[in-house]
Every structure is written in structure tokens, then in C-alpha cells.
Design a protein around this ligand. Sequence first.
Ligand code: FAD
Ligand code: NAP
Length: 438
Amino acid sequence: MPPLRVAVVGSGPAGFYAAGALLGGETAVEVDMLERLPTPWGLVRLGVAPDHPKLKTVSRAFERIAERPGFRFLGNVEVGRHLEHDDLLRLYDAVVYAVGAQADRRLGIPGEDLPGSWPATEFVAWYNGHPDHQHLHFDLAVERAVVIGVGNVALDVARMLALTPEELGPTDTADAAIAAICGAGLKEIVVVGRRGPAQAAFTTPELAELGELAGADVVVDPADLDGAVGTDTNSERNVEVLREFAARTPSGKPKRVVLTFFASPVAIHGAGRVEAVELVRNELDAEGRAVPTDERRILSCGLVFRSVGYRGVPIPGVPFDDRSGTIPNEGGRVAPGVYVAGWIKRGPTGVIGTNKKDATETAELLLADLADAPRKGATAAEVDALLDERGVRRVLYAGWQSIDEIERGAGEKQGRPRVKLCTWDDLLAAAERLHSAA
Ligand code: FAD
Ligand code: NAP
């Protein structure tokens, strides 16, 4: 029987873990990994905070998967643009969508789109060098920024804004972002949670890190902790760390990161750009939900970062649940031959490792469905011919290795892990410098 040919769409953790599980079993499988960017690793390259370089080394496990026989990386190939869902159904025995969550959840309040109010998704993509976001101009010359949400992304945003030039310098943060953050006049970053400290979504090591910043004091109002009782181990530890923060006397560092709870934004105000956020005081009901009171306050600020979660986007021709922002599935199966893994399967939560179990479940289901099914007989050459016909300048794995080598080489000279190439032109030129993708 010829090998099972599978298209894995997306090269983040879910895509790589799915490819690894597909290529590691008894069934002969060939995987084409289709990625819209010229670079692999998804949010490991373009989401994980640059001051957490150790976490990014998970890509070594992905590199080993990419070396397995039967694996091909086809970068700069977007499904829904260069190839359609129907093309994939014709050219492959099965498709796994591992496209992550490319958009942001909205607050749905007046003033949300005022200049100076940003989704965290865009700020994160910008400071990580995502080529679609380098045209954005973040004017950080304000005294106070407000971050809405108390998940780990909110903490990443607050911490990145608070880092000193010495802390940012040795990272692979995009050069423009380093310049903007270091030149910023920011004095205070206020992180706002709609529920209490015990209900915060962030994890304790990430919270504790805020207490160790070289250039910023962490500030917590002890009143927010009155009666706070953790609901699980993480939440108990969070409350402990927050109590320790609340007991601190600020040491006069140049910036302050203030964590505040029981408050929801009801409007963002400003004449032509953000000048303030209006917050309502919440109480918790018996189920731990936030219930607004009549108490409101205006917090002046020049920037708002809305960090209330990512959101999946539909792929044309593939079912989509608009409420959850995911592709409806059972255990990873959308329909026989069509599967999902990662954030587009279960929603935008979970750390890198969570995607391994999730993607393995999908791969096992796919193999059980199709191991003995007749093959469609389409070949890799047919995929190449179609991409050539459509003029797609694709980046193969060797093209990515060329980008990687150039970035690491530039980084070595500056004592940084890499200096990222941040524009489409630079990335495509680097991919083709050592290797012709055609
Ligand atoms: P993604 O990583 O988003 O990968 C999806 C890929 O699909 C992308 O490369 C995208 O370009 C591609 N794609 C999308 N649409 C198409 C299309 N139409 N055609 C082709 N390709 C497409 N977890 C940790 O363990 N530690 C951390 O420190 C950490 N930090 C994080 C920081 C941020 C800001 C965020 C948002 C998440 C963080 N996480 C962290 C969580 C972790 O990144 C996710 O669990 C994981 O990346 C989700 O994997 P995924 O493969 O589903 O999606
Ligand atoms: P998240 O963990 O789901 O946090 C979202 C936050 O937004 C919650 O505090 C939530 O509060 C709040 N929120 C949602 N809607 C709101 C609204 N309308 N008004 C006010 N607040 C609102 O999402 P995330 O921070 O985007 O992180 C995504 C995933 O990536 C998480 O699993 C996270 O752990 C992971 N990640 C991990 C790391 C790391 O390990 N270092 C770093 C970054 C991200 P409620 O709880 O009240 O809904």
C-alpha cells in the first residue's frame, strides 16, 4: 500500500506534535506541513515572550520531527489563499488543521477602537517580529498604560513594557520594539482583573517574575486580598505571592506594575485617542462570576492593551463555531479525512505541552480511521505542480534553515540568540540565499 499522504496546516506546536505522532507509528505516512509564514514554530517564535528564551528551545524537538523521512515543510503557503480546502481534499488522503487562533477576543465596549487601544495579540506579534505587524506604530510615550485581563499574556505584555534596556538587550525582541520600549516614558502599567486574585488565570511562576524586575516595583492593594482563598493549588500560590507583593514597600524603581482586581472596563474615553479607561467595581456572585456594582472610576492612561484572549478564524469551506471560535470536532475529527489539533480544536488556552496530548489524540484517530483505507494516489509532484501553476514562492525546510542561520549569525555578533528578520522581503530573500525553493 502506498504511504498515507497527510497535509498538516500550521507549523506551531500542534502541527509539529501531530506530524510527530503521524510519522512515528506503524503506518507509512508522508506529511506536507503547509505554513502561511516563511518560518515555522507558530507562537513559539511569534508569541512566547523574548525574555523567556529557554521556553523557545522546545523548537529543538520540532527540528527532530522535521528531519524524519516523509516530512516536508512548505512555508509561505496559505490555505484559503494559495490552496483551498477542496484542493487539499483532492491532493491528500487526510488534512489536519492546526492553524491556532489568529485573532483576538473583543471587549464590546465604547471606545475600544480609539487609537492607543490595542489588542495584546498585535503588540505581542509586533515585539516578536511577526512580518504582518511591523508597520504598526506603538506610541509608548505615555505615563500610564492599562492592560485588561489577568492571564499569562497580560503578564507578558506588562513585563515587556517594564523591562530595562539591560534586560531587553540580550533578547531576540524585534529591534524596533527594543528601541520603542527603551525610549518610552512609561511610569506605570496597571493590570486589571475583572474577578478576584483567587480567580486570576495567570500561573504562579509567571506572577512571581513580576516581583523580580530590575526596573519596576510591583504594587498590589492589600484590600483586594481581603478574604481571598485559593480554589486550587495554582490559585492558592498566586494568592500567597500577591500577599507578599501587597506587603512590599515600593523601592523607588523607575516604573511600577500595579495589579488591581474586581474591576471591568465599561468604556475607553478620549478625544481622538485614548485618554482614560472607565472601570466599574465588581463583586463576585456565589459561582465566582463578576457582577458589576454602581461604583465607577476613571483611570487616566495613554494606552490600553486588551488581553482577554485569542480567537480562531474560519478557514473557507471548513465548518466553524462562531461562538467558541473553533472548528467543531469530536476528539479531533471534523469529518472522516478532516481533523484538527491545538488551539483551533479546543480554544485558545493551554501551554505548549498541552498541545502534545491533544495532537497525539488527533493523529491516533486519523490513523485508526484511514490506516486501511484506499489511498487517493495523488503525489507530492502534483502538489508542487499546482503551487507552481499558482506562482507560489514557497519556502522549503532548507529555506527556513537559511533564515535561521542568518538570524543566529547576526545574533552571535550582538550576544543575542538571534536578530530576527521581520519583513516578508527580508525573510523570503534569506530563504532563497542558500537555497532555491522552486
Ligand atoms: P500556533 O502556535 O498559533 O500555530 C499555528 C500556526 O498556523 C502558525 O504558524 C500560523 O502562521 C499557521 N497558520 C494559521 N493559519 C494558516 C493558514 N490558513 N494556512 C497556513 N498556515 C496557517 N506556552 C508555554 O508553554 N509557554 C509560554 O511561555 C507561552 N507563551 C505564550 C505567549 C503568548 C503571547 C501566547 C499567545 C501563547 C503562549 N503560550 C505559551 C501558549 C502556546 O504558545 C500555545 O499553546 C501554542 O502555540 C498553540 O499551538 P497551535 O499550534 O495550536 O497554534
Ligand atoms: P487566558 O489565560 O484565558 O486569560 C484571559 C484573561 O482575560 C482572564 O483573566 C479573563 O478573565 C480575562 N477576560 C476575558 N474576557 C474578559 C472581559 N470581557 N473583560 C475583562 N477581562 C476578561 O488567556 P491568555 O492570557 O490569552 O493566555 C492564553 C493561553 O496561553 C493560556 O493558557 C496561558 O496560560 C498560555 N500562556 C502561557 C504562558 C506561559 O506559560 N509563560 C505565557 C503566555 C500565555 P476571566 O477569568 O474572568 O474570564
